[in-house]
Design a protein around this ligand. Sequence first.
Ligand code: ACO
Length: 324
Amino acid sequence: MAFAKISQTAYYVPEQIVTNDDLSKIMDTSDEWISSRTGIKERHISRDQDTSDLATRVAQQLLEKSASQPEDLDFIIVATISPDSMMPSTAARVQANIGASKAFTYDLTAACSGFIFALATAEKFIKSGLYQKGLVIGAEVLSKTIDWTDRRTAVLFGDGAGGVLLEAAQEEHFLAESLHSDGSRGQSLTSSQCGLASPYSDKTENHPFLAMDGRAIFDFAIRDVSKSIKTLMEEGQFSEQDLDYVLLHQANIRILDKMAKKIGIDRDKFLANMMHYGNTSAASVPILLAESVENGIIKFDGSQTLLLSGFGGGLTWGSLIVKI
Ligand code: ACO
């Protein structure tokens, strides 16, 4: 029986930092409003790098840190809702950039749950015994999908990428999993809606920009995501003590505070960095993971157990409990 483990982590964000005060110069908002409602203080916004550029930086770091060769990789999966193009995929662009000639590649679209869904999928590839090594990356340049005249959404998001090297292992590291979708509520969070456009169709409207029913998403996170995490823990017989840290999708500090209460896990176990990055959708959990490894909170020595959880457009939500 083959098992999979996360053997390296890495993240990369564009250099340019845009603070709440910077935003208040181009729209009717304030640091006070943004900080108090979301916890976000600043975000990184790309000047000239697209999603595959950010993902490539992460891939390069993962190879360097593990002293792996690009040809060692069996697959590259990039979770994103802001690809450079639909075709070629972001993952195929990364493959070309790093020269991973043997890897199969594809993008996975599950919004802010994308990295969790991709990691769960990749783990099964390795468990199958067919593949030994691959990259799972969450990467977003959301700044190109945002209506910068809409203060209700523009202040929430940022650009960035994070990822992991996943490898075959001798023992189980992925301890529990739950993945969910509810397409019937999909309209509460939308982006890049392409209308029909052929000479043979009734043309329909384009809605390129990200749009959101903030209240509905807030309630969804508190109710559905908390419930699914509680169920996952109950069914797997994990207690609060079994978890060292919880890494939730970094949408909003108030969501995090409320979910901690609702799930019944000590708030100190919830890591947070949305204050510096905003909401980076599929990149948020892997950026938080890699940053926490870098600053020594996550030891990465096989002694800690983490709950990783994403939730967002689709609607989608999913959690993994992993030993790291
Ligand atoms: N600056 C100043 N005022 C603003 C801003 C802003 N950036 N945005 C909205 N407002 C105003 C509104 O116009 C409104 O004014 P009005 O009462 O005069 O009409 C007032 O603030 C309140 O607006 P609401 O939308 O009701 O604000 P709310 O308290 O719901 O907070 C927020 C909005 C922060 C988005 C909240 O709904 C939320 O946290 N939702 C969760 C959704 C989320 O985080 N989504 C991220 C993407 S989805 C995901 O990652 C899962």
